[in-house]
Design a protein around this ligand. Structure first.
Ligand code: MLT
Length: 263
């Protein structure tokens, strides 16, 4: 395990490869192993850094709602410790919320952005209530029930029925989340800022990726981001749901590598 003490927690992370740095931020309730296939594909040409966000994977959790800005501060502190001034910042879903918070907080540290299966809007009132309920459930009953309820929304029906190994891998990854860490992230997501106005001010090269069948952050959200972020590139991943990087790794990696070769 590689870990580092930053912002009062031990944070697990991967740091491999050499070349222009790329930081990959996982979604909820995953961990940095979400990015194994992308890390392998990029490491010949890039230095790839992938943290376990606080409360996930090998990172400690902390008390109180984990706001997206707190996750972003952890990413910035990790970059400081690794002496990376500026990087391509990529995130999937909640990782995208963190990437946007990071871009807003420290824009000069962002060389380019990769926004995968994510959205800029804040939660609706109803969405917030669901988060509160799920946070209680995580703490009282653990991650298994939440993972099982989430799986059919994360993946296409085809993946669920035909790729049991992938389904198991994603489920197992969700079970590594610390219930209290997941709960604090849920409360943090409920409190997150709306970034819809902010994204119009983004001036760095931006790649937007989304699974055609993403049921959590649908294609329409990505199309809207694409229309608001000047010069952005949108790639819709066919036969994929919310975890498009694992469901269709080749399509995702082709788009990512193609984009990185231009920035
Ligand atoms: C994620 O994949 O990070 C979450 O589904 C995002 C969310 O619940 O808004």
């Amino acid at each position: 395990m590689t870990s580092i003490r930053i912002n009062d927690i031990n944070l697990g992370y991967t740091d491999v490869g050499a070349g222009p740095p790329v930081v990959l931020i996982h979604g909820y309730p995953f961990n940095r192993s979400l990015w194994t296939e992308q890390t392998d594909a990029l490491r010949d040409k890039h230095r790839v850094v992938a943290p376990d966000l606080r409360g996930f994977g090998e990172s400690d959790s902390s008390e109180g709602p984990t706001r997206m800005t707190r996750f972003a501060e952890d990413v910035a502190a990790l970059m400081d410790a690794l002496e990376i001034e500026q990087a391509v910042i990529g995130g999937l879903s909640m990782g995208g919320y963190v990437a946007l918070a990071f871009a807003r907080m420290v824009p000069a540290r962002v060389k380019a952005l990769v926004l995968a299966d994510t959205r800029p809007q804040a939660d609706t009132e109803e969405g917030k209530q669901t988060r509160f309920h799920q946070a209680e459930k995580a703490v009282s009953a653990g991650m298994a029930g939440l993972a099982d309820a989430m799986l059919p929304k994360l993946l296409t029906p085809d993946t669920v029925s035909k790729r049991p190994e992938l389904v198991k891998r994603i489920r197992d990854m969700m079970l590594t989340a610390k219930p209290e860490g997941a709960a604090m992230a849920l409360l943090g997501m409920a409190e997150r800022d709306d970034q819809t106005e902010f994204i119009s001010s983004i001036r760095v090269p931006t790649l937007i990726l989304v699974g055609r069948e993403d049921a959590i952050t649908p294609v329409a959200d990505s199309e809207k981001m694409h229309s608001q972020i000047e010069g952005s590139r949108l790639v819709v991943i066919e036969n994929a749901g919310h975890v498009s990087n694992l469901e269709q790794t080749e399509q995702f990696n082709d788009a990512l590598l193609g984009f990185l070769s231009t920035v």
